[in-house]
Each structure stands twice: as C-alpha cells, then as structure tokens.
Design a protein around this ligand. Structure first.
Ligand SMILES: [Zn+2]
Length: 424
C-alpha cells in the first residue's frame, strides 16, 4: 500500500538518529569513555525529536552558518527551510574542540553521543541578535525600545536564549534514549513512523493537526471538528515536554483529551498523541516549527488560530497565520515547507447563534459570546471560580477540577491582553 501522505520535510525521508539493539548497546559502552556534557531539558527534547525523525532532515545540532541563515531568513545553509535555531550550548570551560566525540547526559542518563564538527562562540551581542530575529514580533510589547525593557523579564523564550552558555557545538548525533516518554505515555507518545502508519491504515491523505499545550476546551474542540469536516482526519497533538510553572501537567491534559474524544468525537477520525518537545515560546516562529515537525508526522494542514503560541502581548493576534505567507521558498519541494496553515479566526460559544461560532460567522456583540482562552480557564480553575457555561465540557472540567483540588499550593496565572479576550 503506497502512502498518500505528505513526504517528510527536507526531501530525505524520515531521518532518525536513534540507535537500537546491539548498535545502541555498543554506543552506550563507548559513551562511558567520552567527555560527559550535562544537557538542558530543551536539548533532551531536541535529541529525542532527532532520534525519532520528528526533526527530519536534521541529524544533529546546527552549524554557525545554519544558525545564522535560520535566524535571518528561515533557511539553513543549503536552503532548507527551518524556523528556529536548534543549537547546543556548552560552557567554554568544558574545553570541547572540533573533532571531539562527547556524550550528552541528563540526570545520569546518556541521551546521545555527538561528533563535534564545529564550535562557535555566542557573545552577548549574538544572543541579543538571535532574540531580536526570532522572538521580536509585531505586538505592542515588541515595539522598539519596549522589547528590551520587557523581554529579559517577561519573555520566556528570550530568557532561555540569554541564559545559554557561551559556546555552541555543531555536529551529528547518535541518539540512545527516548527518555521517560515511551513508558509514561504508552499509546500517546507516537513516533512519526507510527502516526504515518496509523494514517496510512485509515487511508488518510489529507491530515490536520491541532497543537495543544492547554487543556482542550470548547474552542479547541470546534477547531478540531472543523478540520475533521474538511480533512480525512485530525491529529490532536499535545506538548508532553516541559512547560512553565503554572501550566497543567501533560498526563492531566492527555487524559482530559481522551475523555473528550470518547464522548464527543467519532473515534476513527481522530488520533490523540503527544510529542516530547519543550515550548520555545517563539510565537509566530513557533507556529512554523509546529507545522515543520508535523509534516514529519504525516500532517499537511496545521491548525493556526488567533494568537497561536502567543507570549504575552509580544505578537499580533494574526501574526502566526500571516508568517506562513512571508517565508521564503526555493521551488524545491524537498527544501520548502509543505505543511500548510489552516487559518481559523477566534472561535467561541455565542448564545445568540446558539452554538459555536467565529468572528467570521457570528454577527453578534461581545455580550453574547463566551470568550474562551486556555489561560482564562486555568485562572478560573486555579482560583476555584465558577466556570461559565459552554466554556468546556462538564466531563473535562470535572477531571481538571480534580487536578486543581489535589494541589497543595495555589498556582498564580498571569493574565495579559491577548489571553483575556479584551483585545478582540
Ligand atoms: Zn453569534
């Protein structure tokens, strides 16, 4: 049976750096004798994605030329599209040189070995440049003068990059572990090869993905159902890597999605899965990253709502949709992004429409609309406040309330303009 799905990004098929069986055993043995470099949670996620083919065609960390091209123009040195730098930072005191082989470890576990092909310095100025290229948007917090006043304290993506160590290492990796994900999320942590097989078995050609990092509420449900109506099926794909403090843990969110699918979806048209990355908080560029790795999972339509992957008010509400029209193309399908955005306006329940609607379909005013945002939901749950009708399904809310009831410390949820719905 030949696959009708979109080809993996990069034109080289799925590029998987994960070793298995005897090859893995031998590499693990070799790794014991190598210089051990402790990695961040973000790097662990990147390595696992390289291992399972989620970051095809990447087979290692970016060179300086790739880093520069990606920041400047969304393209690696060979012209292949890529939206955010995938780099590995180390302390200069580690003394790693080009030509070295090193082991990448976290909390005592060896995640990969790496052949270092290049090292390059990241000065304070380089990091600032990367931040301006990657994280600066068109929202009111990104205007000149304001960005650097706010971002070092308020933008988690900028904070992460500015805290990186001073040397970047480039080169191919051999991945030796998928971490806790296969054991903790059986049936949910699916590799690109696995989702492709599932889509193929169902005869799907045209597949949409819904990105989730918050519990699924009515607005998400509506987005997924719009996709089901016009595509062969939808992949509900949750971030199961690290989030920031105050976010709801992945197992609680994944269970909530299961509850929702069981009760409110036609099961065979939906797949519930998770991916092991951390948030990069890159706003519109993060939307592009979501589309890029979804293509590897076999998805050719990425649902992009208003303020997709938004961070505070650093981005315009439609920026993550519009950026898809601005990225460069080479005309070479292997190098260009094939996964297209499915752009959908703000969706909500409207009492006048007596159902779910969007700004494109509902002519009524604010007073008739139940404005849904994940942040608002988390705040209400955290405060123990009553959740307004039609915000979420009762079965899902009950599950989330149980989680909040189990917390010993109250979670502070910061509200900004975009999340409050005030700016619509
Ligand atoms: Zn209406």
């Amino acid at each position: 049976m030949s696959s009708k799905l979109v080809a993996p990004h990069g034109g080289k098929g799925l590029v998987c750096a994960l070793l298995v069986g005897q090859e893995r055993d031998a590499e693990l043995e070799k790794a014991k004798g190598l210089k051990q470099i402790e990695i961040s949670a973000r790097t662990k996620g990147d390595l696992i994605m390289m291992g399972i083919g989620g970051f095809s065609p990447l087979s290692g960390f970016m060179t300086k030329a790739d880093w520069k091209g990606v920041c400047e123009n969304f393209q690696m040195a060979d012209g292949t599209f890529w939206p955010v730098p995938i780099t590995l930072d180390v302390d200069a005191s580690e003394g790693v040189k080009a030509g070295d082989e090193i082991a990448l470890v976290k909390d005592g576990e060896t995640f990969a070995t790496m052949h270092v092909s290049e090292t390059f310095e990241m000065t304070e100025a380089d990091k600032k440049w990367e931040c301006e290229k990657v994280f600066m948007g068109e929202g009111e917090e990104s205007v000149d003068g304001k960005f650097w006043d706010l971002a070092p304290d308020d933008h988690p993506g900028v904070i992460m990059v500015m805290a990186q160590k001073d040397i970047n290492l480039a080169g191919p990796v051999k991945v030796l572990s998928q971490g806790e994900y296969p054991a903790e999320y059986p049936g949910v942590f699916l590799t690109p090869a696995e989702t492709r097989r599932m889509f193929d078995e169902r005869g799907w050609a045209n597949v949409a993905a819904l990105q989730l990092r918050n519990p699924m509420h009515r607005s998400h449900e509506y987005l997924a159902k719009i996709a089901v109506e016009v595509c062969d099926g939808v992949l509900i794909h949750s971030l199961i890597g690290n989030l920031k403090a105050g976010d709801i843990p992945a197992d609680t969110r994944v269970k909530a999605i299961e509850i929702l699918i069981d009760k409110y979806f036609v099961n065979e048209n939906v797949i519930n899965a998770g991916y092991p990355l951390d948030m990069r908080y890159a706003g519109p560029r993060e939307g592009l990253l979501h589309a890029t790795f979804r293509q590897n999972y076999g998805v050719n339509n990425m649902l992009i709502g208003r303020d997709h992957a938004g961070v505070g008010d650093f981005y315009g509400l439609f920026e993550a949709q519009e950026i898809f029209d601005r990225i460069p193309t080479t005309g070479d399908a292997g190098k260009d992004l094939q996964c297209r955005p499915m752009k959908i306006d703000w969706t909500f329940y409207c009492t006048e429409c007596d159902g779910m609607a969007s700004l494109r379909t509902c002519p009524h005013d604010k007073a008739s609309r139940v404005i849904l945002s994940g942040t608002k939901l988390r705040k209400a749950l955290s405060d123990g406040a009553e959740i307004v009708d039609h915000f979420g399904r009762d079965e899902v809310l009950d599950h989330l309330k149980e989680y909040y009831a189990s917390l010993t410390e109250k979670v502070e949820v910061k509200m900004q303009g975009a999340a409050s719905g005030e700016s619509m």
